[in-house]
Design a protein around this ligand. Structure first.
Ligand code: BES
Ligand code: ZN
Ligand code: ZN
Length: 483
């Protein structure tokens, strides 16, 4: 838990003092307790601690633990670097058995305080549901942090947004046979419970069939779970104002289908519902923050499994939109589910813009790695607004092109369109984007490919540990509140 206090009380079991390198020696900060001002100056003079980035220096004064935390030079500190260092400090051995800590930030810019909050709440998130805790000396979880600064509404919002982000991470991290379509439907029901300005629609196999959403059905044919399209209308504004819509890829497991993924490529594919999980986390945020907007949240859920019923490479399938699709590869399944969802939403509702979010292509991981989400849009000013939200929230995105000639890349000889790009290994991310664009009924559209950014393997990246990151939840929450 995080709370705010204008002045230090010294009651907490530890006090973290964040210091920039250039000002450490002066220890000029009025909030720094008198007891430590002299020792800090002393240490700086002796060059034992002078605020180098990431350096932690514990001090025990009058039975109180002070942890000096170096942020590096102020001019070099970024919102990202502050998050990273705060995370390191909170996870350090010095705080292992500390139930509560006070944090004195190095300045009181809103951006800095939000970096501290996210460094704590996103940085100390761990996925340990299946780890048996040690009987003795288990690290204390759910610590109480007191940030010494004036409380602001934006900080309370920031705490809400971190909770939504971590909720998304929980959904992505858990087993595919736990987080199946039924579970996700129940999750959505729980999130919207008590919110009178929401309306839920759930299509199962029967409803999808009745509407001709055959792409979505085809992907799920090998699964024992039911496919689902879940739609939540959030009506925060006047009814005549059009919706912004977000729709997430929700492949609860992606084996690749009959174009089966090899070992080494399948093991993390329970994360292939990351788009849907980000939609659900964003929805939880929006319901809590209650902006005056009309927003549609949609989740296209299926499992890409193998079995006698599985759809087959070479199949031609008629989509909801009426276009026929050649399934050149059953592993390019996300775009099929999203295509039906996008055309259904844009045809059925009054929508002013639609954003899809998906762990769509391995090519995006190759192009951008794990630190940036791939962003594509049919309209440049739309993309610019999304990039502004990415920057404001430190939830990074990088724009890739969509242009008229790309149409040729998804042409088929035997159907209206093909689910695979024309040349193997060439521009897999933007050809997938172009495929989706053709199902948007010319509604302004943006596409977030989170294949790389939704998941970190092994080594820590930025301020995330192993596993799900909740990619684009902060970005989408910011965008939807502001546009
Ligand atoms: N879910 C994968 C994309 C993916 C790969 C997400 C790695 C996260 C990490 C997607 O359904 C897929 O398999 N895409 C294929 C498309 C190809 C067959 C055109 C890919 O990227 O190889
Ligand atoms: Zn796939
Ligand atoms: Zn997939």
């Amino acid at each position: 838990m995080i709370t705010f206090q204008a002045k230090t009380q010294g009651h907490q079991t530890a006090t973290l003092i964040l210091l920039y390198k250039d000002t450490t020696g002066k220890a000029q900060h009025p909030l720094i307790p008198k007891d430590v001002t002299e020792p800090i100056k002393d240490l700086a003079e002796k060059k034992q601690f002078d605020g180098d980035k990431g350096v932690l220096f514990p001090l025990m004064i009058n039975d109180q633990l002070y942890l000096l935390v170096g942020l590096g030079k102020q001019k070099d500190a970024t919102p990202t670097s502050i998050r990273i260092v705060v995370r390191q400090a909170c996870l350090s051995a010095y705080l292992k058995n500390t139930p509560s800590a006070e944090i004195i930030p190095a300045d009181h810019e809103t951006e800095t305080i939000i970096a501290v909050i996210e460094g704590i709440l996103l940085g100390t998130y761990t996925w340990d549901k299946y780890i048996t805790p040690p009987k003795e000396n288990a690290p204390i979880k759910d610590k109480d942090y007191v940030i010494i600064t004036k409380k602001k509404k934006t900080y309370e919002d920031s705490i809400v947004i971190c909770a939504g982000t971590n909720f998304t991470r929980d959904l992505v991290n858990d087993n595919a046979d736990t987080v199946h379509s039924e579970f996700l439907e129940k999750t959505v029901r729980d999130v919207i419970k008590g919110h009178k300005n929401t309306k839920l629609t759930v299509f199962g196999r029967k409803e999808l069939k009745a509407r001709g959403m055959n792409l979505h059905l085809a992907v799920n044919q090998g699964s024992r779970y039911e496919p689902k399209l879940i739609i939540v209308e959030y009506n925060g504004d006047k009814p005549n104002n059009k919706y912004s819509a977000i729709v997430g890829k929700g492949i609860t497991y992606d084996t690749g289908g009959l174009n089966l993924k090899p070992s080494g490529y399948m093991e993390t594919m329970r994360m292939d519902m990351g788009g849907t999980a980000s939609v659900i986390g964003t929805m939880q945020n929006i319901l809590a923050l209650a902006p005056k907007k009309n927003i549609l949240f949609a989740c296209g859920i299926a499992e890409n499994a193998i079995g006698p019923g599985a759809y087959k490479p070479g199949d031609i399938i008629k989509s909801f939109s009426g276009k026929t699709v050649e399934v050149a590869n059953t592993d390019a399944e996300g775009r099929l589910v999203l295509a039906d969802a996008l055309s259904y939403l844009t045809e059925t509702y009054k929508i002013k813009r639609v954003i899809d979010i998906a762990t769509l292509t391995g090519a995006c991981v190759v192009a951008l790695g794990h630190d940036y989400t791939g962003l594509m849009s049919s309209q440049d000013d739309f993309a610019q607004k999304m990039l502004t939200s990415a920057q404001a929230t430190d939830d990074r995105a990088w724009q890739l092109p969509i242009y008229p000639e790309l149409k040729n890349a998804v042409k088929s000889k035997i159907a209206d369109i093909r689910n695979l790009g024309f040349a193997k290994g060439a521009a897999g991310t933007i050809t997938a984007g172009e495929f989706l664009r053709q199902f948007t009924n010319d509604v302004p559209w943006a596409h977030l490919d989170i294949a790389g950014s939704a998941w970190v393997d092994g080594a820590d990246r930025m301020y995330f540990g192993h596993g799900a990151t909740g990619a684009s939840v902060r970005l989408l929450t910011h965008f939807l509140r502001n546009h």
